[in-house]
Design a protein around this ligand. Structure first.
Ligand SMILES: [Zn+2]
Length: 675
């Protein structure tokens, strides 16, 4: 017995030792092993062996390969050898490599996309009850090892060497003189940018998951809120998630319901407690206590009692996100901080451009004019929560029942909508042949959930329009959304099939496809045989978008400035961050919102949950509408279907260049402000 134990210990010590060994070896293989001298020597060798025409690209290519080359990819000598033998030294060789990579990537991405589509069908399409296997395949990503494979077989390095990455700044400076082919080369350079190591990615994922969990569990028990005189204003069982449900409850109280104003004011007070973290810890997600938000006391055993505030947890969670991004910074040579990754990288618009646009908008005199209209409609002075005014909802002159009766008889199932696409596109003014071609490239399927538009990734594949059908066919709400999705599918198909180079397929960012979806959706009545959209309804929709953009742009400005502050104060703790967020939010409120809505020093704009769980994303929301407005203005008096075909075949160049080519000016809020 004793012997066996000794033996076991010996074996496990040996196992432990070999495990550490393997780990050490694996870690050693992950070390970057090419210094600048080695990179220089590779460049020197290439220059000696060839007559290089584009030395800027050569330096960029070799240096970028060096930045990403690890011990496991080869020794320093092997690196030099690789660069020398894989450098496409003439324009002809470079073009030949480009063609090969282009065909290969279309094959790979197109194939993976088809696998995704097929494996997720049970999850996405209306059908039998889901089984465990459906859930597993639904979550499975067959392409998750693709990037690793392409680094291992050195296709990634071959691509980087010959088609280096350019930052947004470089693309904007040099891109105007680039040919379409050179733009396609530059897009090839965007594919293999450095990835942080797995442990850093894990840090980011953990920080995001913590934030997600924090936000997802932040419910306010509305039935336990008390006015100072002890009355309960909200239904006993009402539970609202911050901030979305709280905001929506403010919105729904614009209807003529009892105590509406009192309820809206109380929700505002609750929101401020959340931002300032004075909210009692034990009223969050907890229905054991009644809470008086005005005196900020809770009721314990029938008596008012002082309470422990949440403190700074909200900002601790945000700080945690910041710390994870700081780790990513170390591996991100192109975009060295989270702000530039979100704007220059993902959106491809400089943060200064966004700030300038948003500031121009929120400080426009038009805001006061719209505010005056709202005040008149409400019959009172505006209050700060009216930032969520919801009364500009369009009401069509045709009743929704009549419209639904029509859509249900026209579209009893998904197939009927599918068949009708060419006819609908002809009604929009697309030439018959193009309408037929687009109809053939889009498949309509009945969705299990709310529906979506899923584009193809290769030119011979189809785009998919998933739409929800209610009993007895498509009701008008469903039809209206399906026309929105059709706008996406038409964009997806044109920007894939009609773009000259596969690598330029698509649009610069999601706002550009949203814009076309809005353009289609707005014209849905035309498709039902009504002459045109109701002008009164269109005006209401515009005002609604205008006011919504005013609100969200302020929130986005707070978000941006908070991240700037964190980078300027990297050693700050959660309490300092709390003070900073409150001050930034107050400052923006006082400048652009107080003049219209009142309320001195209100940090209300910091209430958005996105700031905590998906920071630096908010600016994307208003952008789709800004672009839509510019396009609509441009379409006026023109054959808009023809323009859609031209504009969406520009493909994925930089956003500002796309806009210049599309409508002759950069992205701007002016058309929106002028109307
Ligand atoms: Zn959409």
């Amino acid at each position: 017995m004793k012997n066996r134990i000794v033996l076991l210990i010996v074996v496990s010590v040996a196992l432990l030792a070999s495990c550490t060994n393997i780990r050490e070896k694996t870690e050693a293989m992950e070390v970057f092993n090419i210094n600048t001298e080695v990179a220089e020597s590779a460049i020197k060798r290439i220059l000696e062996e060839n007559s290089v025409t584009d030395t800027i690209a050569l330096y960029a290519g070799v240096n970028q390969v060096a930045q990403q080359w690890k011990m496991k990819n080869g020794t320093a000598d092997e690196f030099v050898e690789f660069c020398s033998s894989n450098y496409a030294s003439t324009p002809e060789l470079r073009r030949e490599l480009f063609n090969k990579l282009s065909v290969a990537f279309e094959t790979i991405w197109g194939g993976y996309n088809k696998m995704h589509v097929e494996l997720k069908k049970p999850m996405h399409l209306d059908g039998d009850p889901l089984t465990q296997a459906d859930y597993i395949f639904g979550a499975y990503d067959p392409s998750s090892h693709l990037s690793e494979d392409l680094y291992n077989n050195k296709i990634a390095f071959m691509t980087i060497l010959n088609f280096p990455f350019y930052t947004l700044k470089e693309k904007e400076e040099r891109g105007d003189s680039w040919s379409r082919l050179e733009w396609a080369y530059a897009r090839l350079g965007d594919i293999f940018t450095p990835d942080p190591p797995a442990k850093v990615k894990q840090m980011v994922a953990d920080a995001e998951a913590t934030a997600e969990g924090y936000i997802a569990d932040y419910n306010i028990m509305m039935g336990h809120l008390l006015a100072e005189d002890g009355r309960k204003l909200f239904p006993e069982e009402m539970v609202l998630l911050s901030h979305w449900n709280l905001r929506d409850e403010i919105k729904s109280n614009y209807a003529n319901v009892p105590n509406n104003l009192e309820k809206q004011r109380m929700i505002l007070k609750v929101m401020l407690h959340i931002v300032e973290q004075t909210i009692p810890k034990n009223v969050i997600n907890n229905s054991s206590y009644d809470w008086k938000p005005y005196s900020n006391t809770i009721i314990v055993d029938g008596k008012e009692s002082e309470t422990t505030p949440e403190g700074a947890r909200r900002y601790e969670v945000l700080l945690n996100q910041f710390r994870a991004q700081q780790e990513v910074d170390k591996y991100s040579f192109a975009y060295p901080d989270a702000i530039s990754r979100a704007f220059d990288g993902a959106m491809q618009i400089r943060v200064e451009d966004i700030e300038q646009m948003f500031t121009e908008y929120v400080s426009s005199p038009k805001v006061a004019k719209v505010a005056e209209m709202i005040s008149k409609r409400l019959g009172r002075e505006l209050e700060p929560f009216d930032i969520w005014y919801d009364g500009f909802k369009s009401r069509s002159s045709i009743s929704e029942e009549a419209l639904s009766a029509k859509t249900k008889s026209l579209y009893p199932d998904a197939q009927a909508f599918d068949k009708a696409i060419p006819m609908m596109l002809r009604r929009f003014g697309f030439p018959a042949e193009k309408a037929e071609e687009l109809g053939g490239a889009i498949v309509v399927e009945a969705a299990r959930g709310s529906g979506h538009a899923w584009g193809a990734s290769s030119r011979e594949d189809m785009a998919r329009l998933r739409t929800r059908l209610s009993k007895g066919g498509m009701d008008y709400k469903g039809f209206n959304i399906a026309v929105h999705e059709l706008g996406h599918n038409v964009e997806q198909t044109i920007s894939l099939r009609d773009v000259d180079y596969y690598l330029l397929n698509g649009v610069p960012n999601t706002a550009f496809t949203e814009a076309n979806a809005f353009v289609f959706q707005k014209r849905d009545l035309q498709l039902l045989g009504y002459s045109n959209s109701d002008p009164e309804q269109a005006k209401m929709t515009e005002l609604d978008i205008f006011w919504g953009s005013y609100e969200i742009m302020g929130v986005a400005l707070v978000d941006i400035n908070v991240w700037r502050w964190m980078y300027a104060n990297p050693d700050a703790d959660a309490n300092m961050l709390k003070e900073a967020v409150i001050n930034i939010a107050k400052d923006i409120w006082n400048k652009y919102y107080k003049p219209v809505l009142g309320g001195e020093d209100l940090p209300l704009l910091a209430i958005y949950s996105h700031m905590i769980n998906t920071p630096l994303y908010l600016a994307n929301y208003p952008l789709g509408h800004i672009i839509e407005y510019q396009l609509e203005k441009f379409y006026q008096g023109k054959d808009w279907a023809k323009e859609v075909m031209r504009i969406y075949s520009i493909g994925s160049v930089a956003p500002q260049k796309w806009m210049m080519e599309a409508v002759g000016e950069k992205i701007s809020t002016r058309p929106m402000l002028e109307d």
